[in-house]
Ligand binder design. Structure first.
Ligand SMILES: [Zn+2]
Length: 877
């Protein structure tokens, strides 16, 4: 003990000595330094001419910079790359437009090449020694003639986007120089990193912190009408958990490139056009705050400035046509088809009085301009590792008027190949097993709000799915290469027409696929050269006939009657209000039927009119969908012999199997929407041909739909493929690619997924609520009848014998849904009437499954169900 402590003391003592020595040395060094300094001062005391400090001016502050003239003069420091911006006095307090888009992104962070970030008006204001960038609110309209317009700013928050110190003000010339590096090397002008939504998995990929040091200004292009700055934003996270896909080289440093554009306000003389709910244009929504009407919408449709060269002629070329450029990255073999798709719209413009309204050119290989340049509208091609879309047709507008100022179309190469995304081939049942909680619904609402104004189109995905199905049918029936080529070309033309439609201002028309009967669609001569739908703006199903000798066109080959009419409304120079009203009053014609994304029923529980559906075709969707089931079941019989090719792997067989089944599942979705469906009519009061706004689907059609579901979706033999196929559903091996999970085909989960998504709709609280409510206004398929029919279909066919494994899964899922209606987290979203029926059904099921029949597996299953029901009954009491 003693020894140890004395040793400790010794160590401490030597440490003290060391510190003391260092301390002395330090003091000595300081003393010497001071002395040296003193000596210097003494020397400087001798008279010597003071070097003249150059007078501060814009010229001296930008001496080492390259000057770039344009809308706003930019100086870039040739040493550091920093930028300064010159603002002149006459540029203060007036409207400019700011627009941004992603030059290159990473899809898992929600940004990708060509994604538009929207446009807004901005002002530059001087406040003492500062320059402010300021975005006024453009959502409200005040008539200057009304005194209340003096209160136009009341309770409206404009946005003070940025405030920068003036580096030098030349008041004589009226010029102000500011440091603009921070303005562009930050998320001040546009937010790129998405907000973190509650409930998001902590394991999901996310961007790190904005790294100002690593971020840079990549290019500056300045023109008299616009100033363009291309930036590279770097997001850093030194210890990233999820590094993203292969497209991200290093998850710690992720780059996203952004184009910023400042533009002059376009010249006056553009004529605004107000929206009408019978036609589907993209809108800039504004409210007229000086109006006394019940509704004060003053919504501006998005359209190009198209003015006749010869205003008095019935038909004239426009002063400036809408010019499209095919990007030089476009595969050569597609260029002609793309051109055809774009020019197809001229047929519509001709009806509106314009010749050659749309023009197509090809970007030369040695072009000096970049496709991201806002002055060009470009049809662009990418082949991305994780394509976020198949086609995307954004445009940006003057927020004051709705005038479209620029547009692009983005196309993904993979969608025109046979490559499939395994994860997109079938939807997992799990996704449909739970109902959204109130919190999830709130999050969804927020997401929708954040996405407003961004036009994300899924047409390419659907087209890909359709093409995969069409190809599978053609291959299975031994079609020629030429026929395959025709299918692809038709798909491409139809997709281009759709995306160009968006850039002309049109939104979707998901109701348009109603115009022809299944018989007309199977008449090759009748449909030749036509649109198969009222509008290319629908997401229609592919037209494949069951009788393969009758096959005609697969897709729309021209714009539809609705498209022509909509372009007339948007672009025709009307002589009077009456002329426009007369055109709009034609909306009740069957071929002009219209319903957009807000009305479509693609997701379970969403919207009410079964005609406004995606992936459907013909005016008799139930018959058409039944035909699809029959065709698929027929094709599955030969799938193994047709698709397993000698010396290859089985990947083509896998692709065909899932493509065929996927179409059958979609047909089930289409049929299910008729249960509790209510037809919507957008006609105005007293309009010729108009019906009531709401008319429930007839009892006959609801029953017809129910029987089809019973037979093709829920029956014990629904979705059954020939057994020997399952042994061959093997993906191609690559290195360790099955490390993530076992590779065996998950047949039960796949089939249950198809069934669960139908149940998710017909047992959705909204569907059950509507069945009950619409009994008051014409629905004859009572809620109680429907729920009894469903209960019978789920159990009666097999409850007295052995129940197969597919049915066991379905029955458990169904019973869990019933239980959830009564006691689950979301039970309060169901009406008492539907809860009462759920209880009655559970009671009946309990009696049925108590019969003790069937093999061991069946008896275990029945006992499982009985336990579930007994427990829920206890909980209720
Ligand atoms: Zn679309």
């Amino acid at each position: 003990m003693k020894t140890t402590s004395s040793r400790t003391l010794r160590i401490l003592w030597s440490l003290f000595l060391m510190l003391a020595i260092v301390g002395i040395q330090d003091t000595e060094a300081q003393r010497r330094k001071k002395k040296k300094k003193k000596g210097k001062t003494e020397m400087a005391a001798k008279p010597k001419p003071k070097p003249k400090k150059p007078k501060k001016s814009i010229a001296t502050l930008t001496k080492k910079s390259k000057k770039m003239d344009g809308l706003f003069t930019i100086y870039q420091d040739t040493v550091t790359g920093a930028v300064k911006m010159l603002i002149t006095k006459d540029q203060l307090d007036k409207d400019y437009i700011y627009f941004s888009q992603i030059a290159d992104g990473v899809t898992e962070a929600g940004s990708f090449r060509g994604a538009y970030r929207g446009s807004n008006v901005f002002h530059i204001k001087k406040y003492f020694n500062k320059i402010d960038f300021y975005a006024p609110n453009t959502s409200f309209y005040f008539d200057d003639g009304n005194a209340i317009s003096k209160a136009a700013k009341a309770n409206i928050s404009d946005a003070r986007v940025a405030s920068t110190k003036v580096l030098f003000a030349d008041e004589k010339k009226g010029e102000y120089l500011i440091d603009a590096t921070g303005l562009f090397l930050s998320e001040t002008l546009t937010r790129v990193k998405p907000p973190r939504f509650p409930g998001r998995s902590p394991f999901a990929f996310s961007l790190g912190r904005f790294d100002k040091n690593k971020s840079k200004i990549e290019a500056i292009k300045n023109y008299p009408e616009n100033t363009n700055i291309k930036t590279e934003y770097v997001y850093s996270n030194p210890s990233v958990l999820n590094g993203g896909s292969n497209a991200v080289t290093d998850g710690r440093n992720v780059s996203i490139k952004v184009f910023h554009t400042f533009m002059n306000m376009p010249d006056d003389g553009y004529e605004t056009r107000m929206d009408d709910p019978r036609v589907g244009y993209f809108l800039t929504q504004t409210n007229d705050m000086t109006s006394t009407g019940t509704v004060n919408y003053r919504d501006l449709v998005h359209r190009w400035r198209l003015v006749k060269k010869n205003p008095n002629a019935a038909m004239s070329e426009p002063v400036t046509p809408i010019t499209w450029w095919i990007e030089n990255t476009t595969p050569v073999e597609w260029r002609e088809t793309i051109k055809e798709g774009v020019l197809a719209w001229n047929e519509a413009f001709e009806k509106a009085g314009f010749n050659n309204a749309v023009v197509v050119k090809i970007q030369p290989d040695d072009a000096e301009w970049d496709a991201g340049d806002v002055r060009y509208n470009v049809l662009r091609w990418t082949s991305s590792p994780n394509p976020p879309f198949g086609g995307y047709g954004p445009s940006f507008v003057n927020p004051r008027t709705g005038e479209i100022l620029g547009a692009d179309i983005m196309l993904e190469y993979v969608h025109f190949t046979n490559r499939v995304f395994a994860d997109r081939l079938y939807t997992d049942a799990a996704a449909y097993m739970h109902l959204e909680t109130e919190e999830e619904l709130e999050i969804q609402k927020l997401k929708n709000k954040n996405n407003q104004g961004h036009m994300y189109c899924s047409m390419g995905h659907l087209m890909h799915e359709n093409n995969m199905f069409g190809t599978a049918v053609l291959e299975a029936t031994g079609a020629s290469d030429l026929e395959m080529e025709t299918l692809k070309k038709e798909g491409m033309k139809s997709l281009i027409m759709h995306e160009v439609g968006h850039t002309l201002g049109l939104n979707h028309n998901m109701k348009a696929s109603q115009i022809y009967t299944p018989a007309q669609l199977a008449d090759a001569n009748f449909i030749k050269g036509k649109a198969l739908t009222g509008s290319v703006m629908d997401y229609a199903g592919i037209n494949v006939t069951n009788d393969r000798t009758k096959q005609g066109q697969y897709y729309d080959m021209a714009v539809g009657p609705y498209d022509i009419w909509a372009i007339q409304f948007g672009y025709q120079p009307f002589k009077s209000k009456g002329e426009m009203t007369a055109l709009l009053n034609q909306s009740t014609k069957p071929e002009l039927i219209f319903g957009n994304d807000a009305d479509d029923m693609r997701s379970p529980g969403k919207a009410i009119d079964p005609r406004v559906m995606t992936g459907d075709l013909s005016g008799d969707q139930i018959t058409y969908s039944i035909n699809r089931f029959k065709l698929v079941n027929d094709m599955l019989k030969n799938v193994k012999t047709r698709f397993a090719k000698k010396d290859g792997t089985y990947v083509d067989l896998v692709r065909a199997y899932y493509s065929l089944n996927g179409q059958a599942a979609r047909a089930g979705d289409v049929i299910s929407r008729f249960i509790g469906g209510v037809y919507v009519d957008r006609a105005m009061v007293g309009q010729t041909g108009g019906t009531m706004p709401y008319t429930p689907v007839s009892l006959v059609d609801q029953k017809r739909a129910f029987n089809a579901l019973k037979k093709y979706v829920f029956a014990p033999n629904a979705f059954s493929a020939p057994k020997e196929v399952y042994n061959y559903l093997a993906w191609q091996r690559r290195g360790y690619n099955f490390f993530g999970g076992p590779e065996d085909p998950k047949i039960h989960r796949q089939v249950l997924g198809y069934q669960a998504r139908v149940l998710a709709h017909i047992m959705h609280p909204n569907t059950l609520q509507r069945l009950g409510d619409s009994e008051l206004y014409g629905n004859k398929y009572r809620l109680s009848t429907f729920m009894t029919d469903l209960n019978n279909a789920m159990f009666k066919p097999d409850v007295y014998g052995s129940i197969n494994s597919f049915r066991q899964n379905l029955q458990i899922t169904y019973v869990k849904r019933l239980v959830n209606m009564v006691t689950g987290r979301t039970a309060r979203r169901f009406s008492p009437a539907s809860q009462s029926m759920a209880l009655l059904n559970l009671k009946n099921i309990k009696t049925w499954v108590s019969n003790g029949t069937g093999n061991t597996a069946t008896r275990a299953h029945k006992n499982h169900i009985k336990t579930l029901i007994t427990n829920v009954m206890k909980e209720i009491k």
